[in-house]
Design a protein around this ligand. Structure first.
Ligand code: FE2
Length: 267
């Protein structure tokens, strides 16, 4: 379930201080240098760099050999599959999975799944997972000294509708520390997985929130070296999605192909 940064979440602030290497200033300088050298090239990068030294773990987390081609039909014989009846509409409401209301800022996150021509991509499984309002995942590997919320598990899913639309009701996640370097904090984010029509078409990415000061400091976000491309990972506040006396709304479209493709962690 948990991919990306969750494996490097800190156990406590003490462990963080002991194990972390380097300062934020060093990491920030390294990120600025990489972006400056990117701007000197004429090749547009729209996806995260697989090996991005400021994100310390990235060197261990990407293929170092040629990828094998697989037969999609053979994979389908043993891969998980899903149908419309497997996903209940209530699974998109992360605030109603327990006996009480979770703590935090209730939000609606909605958008469209689109192809390169802006056409809706229908009937696709979108899954999300996230930390609670205190920045803690309901997962045994997350020992961050922030409270768990008994009314919040932090996972949900839905199928895109006829217009390629998806919609989740959830809680705005908190930022959390991780072990990349000393005093490293992930900006608030929601992990997204998009399944195509087969298991070989899964894509994973993260959605961020606008005006988060941690974005400039975060090597995972900054591993997309092109500012326009990484801005596509940031949702927009949308007052039309906000619900009177209930929730604030954020809009975030996911583009699967083409030049304006949403940066993805998996390729
Ligand atoms: Fe995360």
């Amino acid at each position: 379930m948990f991919t990306s940064d969750a494996h490097m979440k800190t156990g406590s602030h003490i462990v963080n201080s002991m194990k972390a290497a380097g300062s934020q200033a060093e990491v920030t300088a390294q990120m600025a240098m990489i972006e400056a050298s990117y701007h000197r090239t004429s090749i547009e990068e729209t996806q995260p760099r697989l090996n991005y030294p400021p994100y310390r773990g990235s060197q261990f987390r990407h293929p170092t050999k040629e990828l094998h081609d697989v037969d999609p039909e053979a994979i389908e014989l043993s891969a998980p599959c899903f149908g419309e009846r497997d996903v209940h509409p209530l699974e998109s409401d992360l605030t109603s999975q327990h006996g009480g209301q979770p703590i935090g800022e209730r939000i609606v996150v909605s958008g469209q799944l689109l192809d390169s021509l802006g056409r809706p991509v229908r009937g696709q499984l979108i899954e999300i997972w996230q930390a609670n309002a205190g920045g803690r995942y309901a997962h045994k590997r997350d020992q961050h000294a922030a409270p768990l919320d008994p009314n919040f598990t932090g996972v949900g899913r839905c199928l895109t509708d006829y217009h390629g639309g998806y919609r989740f009701t959830t809680i705005k996640p908190g930022p959390y520390p991780w072990r990349n370097h000393h005093n490293a904090w992930r900006p608030a984010h929601i992990h997204f997985s998009v399944f195509g029509h087969s298991f070989t078409q899964r894509m994973i990415t993260q959605m961020y929130f606008p005006n988060d000061p941690l974005l400039a400091l975060d090597p995972i976000y900054q591993s997309v070296t092109d500012p326009k491309a990484r801005a596509r990972l940031v949702a927009a506040y949308d007052h039309d999605l906000s619900i009177h006396e209930w929730a604030t709304g954020y809009r975030w479209d996911i583009v699967l192909t083409g030049n304006t493709r949403t940066p993805m962690e998996s390729r």
